[in-house]
Design a protein around this ligand. Structure first.
Ligand SMILES: Cc1ncc(COP(=O)(O)O)c(C=O)c1O
Length: 413
């Protein structure tokens, strides 16, 4: 027990300090029934909002049929339907699926599959990326050193390539510079023929919601083709409608070999999927990977219900419209405050970058304490406030959050 009488580990950082007892739509409620507008959606996980009725019903019904059905022992009846639905939604190159419970697990699985499929041992990721908190996924992450501090050494064979500076004035030159950096990495640190996979986010999440430039993605895909390297899209944060498309990679003319999906896939219920090109899965040796809780029946039910909601007519259009509403309002506010350096985003994955972490934090706290609006920061320097409301957010709720933000900007300026 700690000095405040809690038996909980102190390792979890706290964004709000709130103790919540229930959630509905875009709001969470504390033990005194105070409502808070949740613009974090559980870090982009509660895609359909808190306790969407269809998701709740699917979970409840499934719980009466099967809580656990171990996939190696027997295959329950929702595994194929989830895989079939994902095959319809993912790019054509992806048509085979493996299920697990968390992003970390699915990233680890992606690397294991890539190593078997290529018989190669090395991985390339990008400066500022975040892929998780297991030892391997930490080795693949470079968004903040606090996530790594004191945990090394990490697994070897992971190489970090440059990512284009989004603020460089000449973007074309900057993208070429970063791609040359990757080519140089192949010349100086790891032979391209030893690289199993290049892992990339189409919108870099934890570094501060930075859309990856199209020309950069195209350059990576070209190098993957040239050297027989697998292109792995980490859609953990950017997938399932978050950017206004089903997947952020859909905005690009590339065919990933592997896709990592989690968070929003099951409205925050622990569930994750690995999408594979059939030829990659063919080389993933049967029996060499798995887990007691792979593809749980309740996770599958939550995923199917979530996908049903996300594919309702007009759903993604609403994400795009609310995203535009949010971006426009934030761009207007930027005129009022020189400290608000950058406003950017895709769909409901939007960032406001300030000139200091202190200012960003002061605004987050003002929104929470004065307006009951929950926001949080991201980014290497923690000076970016990220906007990731549930995808069911209404126009009025966007206005409410903007009003809170505007008043926080005035109060902290
Ligand atoms: C792109 C990406 N990959 C992996 C992860 C790890 O996810 P989790 O913390 O849910 O394991 C995250 C988390 O934010 C992420 O944004």
């Amino acid at each position: 027990m700690n000095s405040t009488g809690s038996h909980l580990s102190g390792v979890w950082a706290q964004v709000t300090g709130l103790k919540v007892v229930r959630g509905q739509g875009c709001r969470v409620y504390d033990e005194h029934d105070n409502a808070y507008l949740d613009f974090t959606a559980g870090i982009a996980a509660a895609s359909t909002g808190h306790c969407h009725p269809k998701v709740v019903q699917a979970i409840a019904e499934q719980a009466t049929r099967f809580v656990h059905a171990q996939v190696n022992v027997y295959q329950h009846d929702l595994l194929e339907p989830v895989a079939a639905r994902l095959a319809e939604l993912t790019p054509p190159s992806i048509d085979t699926f493996f299920f697990s419970n968390s992003s970390d697990e699915i990233l680890e699985a992606a690397i294991k599959a890539a190593k078997h499929a290529t018989r190669r041992s090395s991985i390339v990721t990008f400066d500022g990326a975040f892929h998780g908190r297991t030892l391997l996924t930490m080795a693949m992450s470079s968004s903040r050193s606090i996530d790594r501090d004191g945990y090394g050494p990490f697994p070897s064979g992971v190489y970090v390539a440059p990512f284009p500076d989004p603020h460089a004035s000449d973007q074309e030159a900057e993208i070429s510079r970063a791609l040359r950096g990757l080519d140089r990495l192949f010349l100086t640190q790891v032979a391209a023929t030893d690289v199993a996979a290049i892992v990339i986010e189409a919108v870099i999440g934890e570094r501060g919601y930075i859309p990856t430039p199209a020309a950069f993605i195209a350059g990576i895909a070209e190098r993957c083709r040239e050297h027989g390297i697998l292109f792995v899209a980490d859609e953990t944060q950017s997938g399932f409608g978050r950017t206004g498309r089903m997947f952020a990679i859909d905005a690009h003319d590339v065919e990933p070999d592997i896709m990592c999906m989690a968070k929003g896939i099951a409205s925050g219920f622990p569930f994750a999927a690995l999408g594979l090109r059939r030829t990659v899965d063919d080389e993933w040796r049967t029996g060499s990977h798995g887990g007691s809780s792979n593809g749980t029946p309740i996770g599958c039910a939550a995923a199917l219900a979530t996908i049903e909601v996300l594919t309702e007519p007009g759903f993604l259009q609403n994400v795009q419209s609310r995203g535009e509403q949010l971006l426009d309002a934030l761009l207007d506010l930027q005129q009022l405050d020189d400290a608000l350096l950058h406003v950017r985003g895709r769909g409901l994955m939007v960032a406001t970058e300030f000139d200091s972490a202190e200012r960003a934090q002061a605004i987050v706290e003002h929104c929470l304490h004065e307006s009951n609006v929950i926001l949080m920061t991201a980014g290497t320097r923690k000076r970016t406030i990220r906007w990731m409301p549930p995808l069911v957010v209404s126009s009025d709720e966007i206005n409410e959050a903007i009003a809170a933000f505007a008043s926080a900007i005035r109060a902290t300026g």
